[in-house]
Design a protein around this ligand. Structure first.
Ligand code: SAJ
Length: 420
């Protein structure tokens, strides 16, 4: 086998499962993370991420001796970079983690190695890291577009797994693999063939980079359309869920679900990477971001109007996570709604989030109280459904019995539709 040892830089929700999966296929894998506690927990066979089946895969990989974690990269045959690429407050890409991963890898590179970037990145990043490594290692030949035969091969292969289904999708999803040259693509394809059952689609680095951004921007634009429709329906007194249910009977229409906004670290972030590169060519993408970012405030307005005239109204917000049945509150529009409701004068705020035991300090400090569904329904004058968690769906009749409801996820309408 060409690859015996792989070094995965970044043990987050992509790097760790990928490292464990490669180890389960017989590769020797070193997972690298700058966070000492992550290194320690992985070396104990434990996981620091909530993701179905990940604990068993990591435990088995560490137990077999084929996966271990370390604070810095070491000699290997292939290097995979899976570190975060957030945006700054001005919506610019923050590539510091990628660049420092590259700087850490460069000194240990040797002829014959492969470097693959998986982190979501603006177009041109693979070439930038290629040139950065070339500058750090003048003793090695790096790829040039159109010229094959370098010492070190460099490629881009975006991750595209859905949180909650990572272990399954890492294996089953098709992958776009874009090398700096054809030889780079070929070598990277050989690595992914060791653990991916989906199709490995050969392309070039820039196309692979934009492909990832285009996928998430596509979803953002489509969700924005559903959210815009929800705004229209609110002002027109029309049930948006009924409209979507009917429209989706058209053979070429598939409207997504409106909600309180778009959360997570990908769909609300990645479109900005396209906007950053092409600000004048992206009016649709920019408008979609504005519509989705405007949703939490629209939801709060509905709640405000609903409790107007009540003295010291009790409002219960159901759900805080960014999507159903997870405990991830980061970048969640439900959190934005809760924090804004907390600022409404005279409102007592209850929050139900079955997937956490304690509210984050800033939400507690805003005056919110974490309660169970039972307590919320008995005490609240008004209820806002912000996440369609399973326990809420299972209690839809009891939620529907309240007089004042803002149902941002349509769990009430969709249940009614299903019964009809
Ligand atoms: N949402 C809606 N309405 C919908 C669908 C989603 O409001 O109809 C909201 C969700 O509630 C959530 C947000 O969008 O707040 C994002 O959730 P998601 O489940 O659509 O996606 P993520 O962020 O968990 O994962 C996405 C996926 N990308 C696509 O589906 C194109 C995943 O495949 C990517 O790998 C991941 O981003 C990533 O890492 O980039």
């Amino acid at each position: 086998m060409k690859f015996k040892k792989v070094c995965v830089v970044g043990l987050g929700y992509i790097g760790l499962p990928t490292a464990a999966l490669m180890a389960s296929r017989g590769l020797e894998v070193v997972g690298v993370d700058i966070n000492e506690s992550v290194v320690d927990s992985v070396n104990r066979g434990a996981v620091h991420i909530v993701e179905p089946r990940l604990d068993a895969v990591v435990q088995a990989a560490v137990g077999s001796g084929r996966l271990r974690a370390a604070p810095r990269p070491e000699t290997a045959d292939a290097f995979l970079i899976a570190v975060p690429t957030p945006i700054t407050a001005d919506k610019a890409s923050d590539m510091r983690a990628v660049l420092s991963a590259v700087d850490a890898i460069a000194p240990v590179l040797k002829a014959g190695d492969l470097v693959v970037l998986e982190s979501t990145s603006p177009v041109g990043t693979t070439d930038i890291i290629n040139q950065r490594m070339a500058a750090a290692r003048p003793d090695l030949r790096f790829p040039k577009v159109g010229v094959d035969g370098p010492d070190v091969h460099v490629a881009y292969c975006p991750e595209r797994v859905l949180p909650g289904k990572v272990i399954q999708e890492l294996v089953s999803n098709d992958r776009a693999i874009g090398g700096m040259t054809e030889a780079c693509t070929e070598l990277a394809t050989g690595l992914y063939a060791l653990f991916v059952e989906g199709e490995l689609v050969a392309t070039r680095a820039r196309e692979a980079e934009l492909c990832k951004l285009a996928e998430n921007a596509f979803r953002d634009v489509n969700i924005a359309y559903a959210n815009e429709l929800a705004n229209v329906c609110d002002s027109q007194g029309v049930d948006v869920w009924e409209v979507i249910r009917l429209a989706n009977r058209h053979p070429r229409v598939n409207i997504l679900n409106p909600g309180p906004g778009v959360g997570g670290h990908c769909i609300a972030v990645d479109p900005w990477f396209i906007v950053e590169s092409a600000p004048d060519d992206t009016p649709v993408i920019q408008a979609a971001r504005a519509v989705n970012d405007g949703r939490p405030h629209r939801v709060v307005e509905k709640i405000r109007v609903m409790v107007e005239g009540l003295r010291s109204p009790v409002v219960a917000c159901l759900g805080l996570a960014f999507k159903p049945d997870i405990d991830d509150l980061r970048e969640s529009p439900a959190v934005d709604v809760v924090l804004e409701v907390a600022r409404l004068p005279g409102v007592e705020l209850l929050v139900v989030e079955p997937n956490i035991n304690q509210l984050p300090a800033h939400i507690r400090a805003a005056g919110a109280e974490l309660v169970d569904l039972e307590t919320a329904l008995s005490r609240a004058d008004a209820v806002a459904v912000l996440v369609d968690h399973t326990p809420f769906r299972q209690n839809v009749d009891r939620i529907a019995a309240k007089d004042r409801i803002v149902d941002t996820r349509g769990i009430l309408s969709r249940t009614v539709s299903a019964v009809l």
